[in-house]
Write a protein that binds this ligand. Structure first.
Ligand SMILES: *Cc1c(COP(=O)(O)O)cnc(C)c1O
Length: 420
């Protein structure tokens, strides 16, 4: 459910014609719907209203300050994976007491910043990291609240690059040895054991992997209880999938039905880390068609957006719906074509072998479901300034990140004197 639809033959976001934004902002740009973001956040939050919980939005899915602020205003927290994300979360006014910090490679400086901020907990991914956090906390004269991230060895049945809870993945501590690590954690003076964490992957379209992983997690919580260690927080991670093409992922409500009894029985406060499910379908990428060309039998539509703006097709071969901004384009003859960008890589495509209307130079095109892992994964490859981000709310729109200028591209670069 999202607020991008056609009115009088034109694509709108809420009350604003996409064409109007394109005229004022130029293309490419990301467009986020405030109403959709709010709705998705609230649907998720309400699905688990019977369970004491905190929704910690996964900042890496969409890190724009305006998006983070919107969730902060709803009482949301943040799931962060770097010092940069900590900075953003704080800047957006997310209370440190609602920030959880995962990631296998937290640096000393990042750990210091998080301890200074007073985050809810570190989701610790190895015993060396645990010892490092303990020693830094000791130097600072504080106690570090931690959960251990369990690797439950559960197959999320998703793309291998976004599977994180299999034993061959780098994440977490094996569920077979995690009790030993908890013993170590308890013995450390500057560590406060408050939780257990798991996150098994992304774009998961079935309930069963969540249930399997949660059962293994709760098993650990019970064993800890038997050993006299009472856990306050169970962090079940994120990973709920969305519809890009024809997937039929469980709705937050379906997930709630399946796991609520387990969650309630635990007696713990539950932390959720949804990313994609909240923002994925709340954003689109708008591009302009530059050219079309035919090489033998193959037709290409070349647009002004590229893999540096939206990496998912190149990275995961993922599908994004393509829609014209002016509906009349759909009436044209159909051809099978690739949509590609200007980047000098054959992997630079946004869609492959699609049956599309015959786009002409100047047509506006919307790449749907681009709100998650879109701008946040974008880069400056080929020295392309990163695109603008826009948020629509009702009949107004605001540029929430200005398009980069070419001058921004060389920010921080220095030519040594001897080359002058
Ligand atoms: C990426 C990530 C998430 C969010 O995943 P989604 O599939 O976007 O919901 C949550 N928790 C952790 C630890 C992550 O790395």
């Amino acid at each position: 459910m999202h607020y991008f639809d056609y009115r009088l033959g034109e694509l709108y976001c809420e009350e604003v014609p996409i064409k109007k934004i394109a005229e004022e902002v130029g293309t490419p740009f990301y467009c986020y719907s405030h109403g959709t973001l709010l709705r998705h956040y609230n649907v998720f939050d309400h699905s688990f209203e019977k369970v004491p919980h905190i929704v910690c939005f996964a900042v890496k899915a969409n890190s724009n300050l305006a998006v983070l602020k919107l969730f902060a205003r709803q009482g949301g927290g943040a799931d962060i994976v770097s010092g940069g994300e900590l900075y953003r979360a704080q800047k957006a006014g997310i209370p440190p007491g609602k920030i959880v910090y995962a990631g296998v490679g937290k640096t000393r400086q990042e750990i210091i910043s998080a301890l200074k901020a007073g985050i809810l907990m570190f989701n610790v991914e190895s015993s060396q990291e645990l010892l490092t956090i303990d020693s830094i906390a000791s130097e600072m004269g504080v106690k570090a609240p931690i959960a251990l991230r369990i690797n439950p060895n559960v197959d999320p049945q998703t793309h291998p690059y976004v599977s994180t809870g299999l034993k061959e993945n780098k994440f977490g501590i094996s569920h077979t040895t995690v009790l030993e690590e908890y013993k170590l954690a308890i013995s450390l003076k500057n560590i406060d054991v408050v939780g257990v964490h798991k996150h098994i992957g992304s774009q998961i379209t079935m309930v069963s992997p969540f249930v399997d992983a949660l059962e293994k997690t709760i098993d650990i919580v019970e064993k800890l209880k038997e050993g006299g260690i009472n856990i306050k927080y169970i962090d079940i991670g994120g990973g709920l999938g969305i519809t890009y093409e024809d997937e039929a992922p469980p709705q937050p409500n379906d997930l709630a039905k399946a796991i609520e009894p387990l969650l309630l029985k635990s007696g713990c406060t539950i932390i959720f880390e949804p990313g994609r499910v909240i923002v994925g379908n709340a954003g689109i990428l708008v591009a302009t068609v530059l050219y079309s060309k035919k090489n033998d039998d193959k037709t290409f539509f070349i647009v002004d957006a590229a893999m540096n703006d939206l990496a998912r097709p190149s990275l995961y071969n993922s599908y994004h719906g393509i829609a014209p901004v002016e509906m009349e384009v759909n009436a044209r003859e159909k051809i099978v074509a690739d949509i590609v960008g200007p980047i000098c890589e054959s992997g630079d495509f946004l869609a492959k072998d699609r049956t599309l209307p015959n786009y002409k130079p100047g047509d506006l095109m919307s790449i749907m479901s681009s709100g998650a892992y879109g701008f946040s994964m974008s880069s400056n490859y080929n020295s392309r300034p990163r695109v603008a981000e826009v948020m629509v709310n009702g009949d107004r729109f605001d540029v929430v990140r200005a398009r980069e200028k070419v001058e921004d591209l060389v920010n921080g670069e220095v030519i040594p004197e001897y080359l002058e």
